[in-house]
Design a protein around this ligand. Structure first.
Ligand code: 5GP
Ligand code: ZN
Length: 113
């Protein structure tokens, strides 16, 4: 989608600090980190939010989550991490391209605000 921030990052039109890339996924550091480790994992395909995910994309989401935990371990989150999918306005989503937050390097509180 031409007007989507994360599609522009995927296309290399906006720079990012890349953590990982393959044919389907991109992971990059969040520009406003909320923890010592904070990166986002996105599908390269434009999916606006979890609610728009199609059944055929279930395997893609599975790959995304699996890769996210591998990267969390590689980036030093051996004590665990918080994996967050904000969905639409009540979920606190501000960028309308599905993304999984991975936060680590400190203990997380619960519940989220
Ligand atoms: P959301 O609030 O939609 O769940 O998360 C969007 C995230 O994208 C926020 O944590 C925000 O800091 C991050 N973000 C917004 N713009 C940019 C950007 O241009 N580059 C990067 N790397 N992260 C961004
Ligand atoms: Zn997009």
């Amino acid at each position: 989608m031409s007007d989507c921030l994360f599609c522009k990052i995927v296309a290399g039109q906006i720079p990012s600090k890349k953590v990982y890339e393959d044919e389907e996924l991109l992971a990059f550091h969040d520009i406003g980190p909320k923890a010592p480790v904070h990166f986002l994992v996105v599908p390269k395909k434009h999916v606006p939010s979890l609610y728009e995910l199609e059944k055929a994309d279930a395997a893609l989401l599975g790959r995304l989550v699996y890769k996210a935990q591998e990267l969390a371990r590689e980036l030093g989150c051996e004590k665990g991490a918080r994996f967050v999918l904000n969905c639409k306005s009540d979920g606190g989503q501000t960028v309308e391209h599905l993304h999984l937050h991975v936060l680590g390097g400190r203990a997380m509180g619960w519940p989220p605000g």
